[in-house]
Design a protein around this ligand. Structure first.
Ligand code: ATP
Ligand code: MG
Length: 446
């Protein structure tokens, strides 16, 4: 992408309304623009990041056996009246009436709708287990929308729902999602810690919130240090195998958010040196709730013995748009964002530091063509602005690799590659630049 043809409205000044670093950087780097409280437009650069996150989430969902669907944002109030949540949800729900004065709502979540969709077709144990997910915009009229996209009113969520014949099988589905979440966040460069969470009247130990540590997190978390170091299930993970040992390994060490924290238990279970107390951002939530929605909605299936039983379900959320902010909280410095490669909007920023020098223009044009041919996502700063402006903008938007071509180095036949993360600069002969970038990106060069 050429910057002269792109839409990248970066801001010079720190926006006064942004109180935390991710919000500030998202506005400054032209990722989003606020439309009204808690509602954001995604600008091209931010939208690319959102899509990258979505793609990782989708990939890991599918790997774990979940099936993607797309449910509407607008729902009828009927199902919610049957489940009892139409009243219960209160002011967080955006209620709408159509021209026939029928009650609609902008979905804050989808348990009722997905239960109705699935049970309208599922007849027996042979149709189970299944896990359906979608990645869709939600609306919750939060009392205090704040921190940019981290607590928005309209936000993008991956929400998945499992359907099983009995509770034991439901727990297996829960464990599959639990393990897939560990992998999902790790692929974004995040260490998300599963913390035992409230299950309400159903009880049991089948609700976990996944949180990453960040100073600006909204909750206080207490956990065992080991959770920061434990190894992840690898690519060879078999979701049909017994995942209990993995889940037990991850749920054994103490980890709780403030609302579930018990200081006495924490102190008795965790030695002083192993205690980690920090702020956390919730990026995901897994919850097994049995027949909570299937009973009121009469969503039943028949067992092998011919009995009719309510579906056993869980729901599994990931805050896709919140993750953009959360990742910036984890990866930034004074100059700007430092995207992990897996979700960077572009892998390479090609900077022409001599736009008025024909040899620099020619060299950059050739490199840009080669990078495109190699399938490397490149943002090419081909503007005629001065080097200082170009370099600080590149730092601000945080692409993992910068490739700089300037008149002085070009005389020596080299260009410079700079790693955004370390600031390390390497001079590389112009003819080897693309190959080197390929190697740095861990790709096999052509
Ligand atoms: P919170 O306690 O932060 O309000 P929640 O318990 O209401 O979260 P869930 O209903 O479990 O959240 O939603 C699943 C995920 O969606 C959360 O883990 C979070 O990452 C994300 N999420 C929830 N509310 C918002 C919001 N207002 N803005 C952005 N993301 C959100
Ligand atoms: Mg909430």
């Amino acid at each position: 992408m050429r910057l002269t043809r792109y839409f990248l409205p970066v801001l010079k000044e720190n926006p006064a309304e942004a109180h935390i670093v991710s919000h500030r950087l998202m506005l400054r780097a032209g990722l989003v623009q606020q439309q009204t409280a808690g509602i954001y437009a995604w600008l091209p650069l931010g939208f690319r990041v959102l899509k990258k996150i979505e793609a990782i989430v989708r990939d890991e969902q599918e790997r774990a056996g979940s099936i993607e669907i797309l449910m509407p944002t607008i729902q009828s109030a009927d199902l919610w009246e049957r489940s009892g949540r139409y009243q219960e949800y209160g002011k967080e729900m955006l209620r709408i009436q159509d021209r026939h004065e029928r009650d609609l709502l902008y979905g804050p979540t989808n348990e009722e709708m997905v239960t109705s969709i699935f049970s309208s077709a599922a007849r027996s144990y042979r149709d189970l287990p299944r896990n359906l997910f979608h990645i869709q915009w939600k609306f919750r009229d939060e009392v205090r929308p704040r921190f940019g996209v981290m607590r928005g009113r309209e936000f993008l969520m991956k929400d998945g729902y499992s359907f099983d014949i009995d509770a034991e099988s439901g727990r297996r589905s829960y464990r599959r999602m639990f393990v897939s979440y560990l992998r999902t966040f790790e692929r974004m460069g995040l260490r998300a810690i599963p913390m035992a969470a409230q299950t309400g009247p159903i009880g049991g130990d089948l609700s976990h919130e996944f949180s990453i540590l960040a100073e600006t997190g909204e909750s206080q978390i207490f956990c065992h240090r080991d959770l920061m170091e434990m190894s992840m299930p690898g690519d060879d993970i078999d979701y049909d195998s017994d995942l209990k040992p993995i889940v037990e390994r991850w749920t054994k060490p103490y980890a709780r958010a403030d609302d579930e924290h018990d200081p006495a238990v924490f102190e008795s279970e965790v030695a002083p040196n192993d205690r980690l107390e920090a702020r956390g951002i919730e990026v995901g939530h897994v919850f097994f709730f049995g027949s909570k929605y299937s009973e009121p909605l009469e969503a039943t299936v028949s067992t092998p013995e011919g009995r009719s039983v309510p579906l056993q379900s869980g729901s599994y959320g990931i805050g896709v748009s919140r993750l953009v902010g959360a990742i910036i909280e984890a990866y930034h410095d004074d100059a700007g964002i430092i995207w992990p490669e897996s979700i960077a909007p572009f892998q390479v920023g090609l900077v022409n530091l001599g736009p008025d020098k024909p040899e620099c223009v020619e060299c950059c044009e050739s490199l840009y063509a080669q990078l495109n041919n190699a399938g490397i996502e490149t943002l090419f700063d081909d503007t005629s602005e001065n080097p200082g402006v170009k370099l600080s903008r590149m730092e601000l938007i945080g692409l993992p690799w910068q490739l700089r071509i300037g008149p002085r180095s070009l005389k020596k036949g080299v260009g410079e590659i700079q790693a955004r993360r370390t600031g390390e600069n390497t001079e590389v002969p112009v003819d080897n630049l693309v190959e080197r970038i390929n190697t740095l990106l861990g790709r096999v060069s052509a």
